[in-house]
Design a protein around this ligand. Structure first.
Ligand SMILES: [Zn+2]
Ligand SMILES: [Zn+2]
Length: 189
């Protein structure tokens, strides 16, 4: 059992030091660590809380298998009512790492579909990069405060979760009134 709660330091695994029976790793990262890995220009919509990571690392010859979970919550605006909400982020992942083949770099460039398969270099796997990637991948795309959030009234902007308005009824009445004015002319033959 190998445990660390190191902050700041990049957590790297030396492949040749992975014990025969594999190892369990638990660590945590905070929101500022996450922000530090985002590009400068990235929107700051999502700021995760403490990220709890638990994973198992196993090695078969030079191949490394990493399986684990990363759990946190992020603050995000509800897409319907614009209230600030906390959204759970639960990533479970499985990666296979192998040393790069001897060919030229172009031939083993990975595509987006190969996210769970990666090469390691210089006997090192960067766990921080892996966790960052997983949290990014599992960010809520359309955050909602609740599944049943009623959102804002498109006419008057009132939060329909907290209050009600007459906009919809009025709109309906207007349509009905317009319909009543519309008289179908009998066809003349
Ligand atoms: Zn909402
Ligand atoms: Zn309204």
């Amino acid at each position: 059992m190998f445990a660390t709660s190191g902050k700041g330091d990049r957590l790297k695994i030396n492949v040749s030091k992975i014990p025969e029976g594999g190892m369990d790793i638990r660590f945590e990262r905070d929101g500022s660590w996450f922000r530090g890995l985002l590009p400068e220009a990235a929107p700051s919509d999502f700021v995760p809380d403490r990220i709890d990571v638990a994973c198992t690392v196993r090695r078969m010859k030079e191949n490394v298998f990493i399986e684990g979970t990363a759990a946190t919550t992020v603050e995000a605006l509800c897409g319907r009512c614009l209230e600030m909400t906390r959204q759970p982020v639960n990533a479970s992942f499985k990666y296979t790492f192998t040393p790069p083949p001897a060919q030229a770099k172009e031939e083993w460039e990975l595509t987006a579909e190969d996210l769970d398969f990666a090469y390691y270099e210089e006997d090192t796997i960067n766990l921080d990069a892996l966790i960052f990637e997983q949290v990014m991948l599992h960010m809520p795309i359309k955050p909602l405060c609740t599944e049943s959030c009623k959102g804002l009234c498109p006419h008057c902007g009132i939060d329909l979760n907290a209050a009600s308005c007459l906009c919809q009824a009025e709109t309906f009445d207007e349509r009905l009134a317009a319909l009543k004015q519309f008289k179908v002319q009998p066809e003349k033959q």
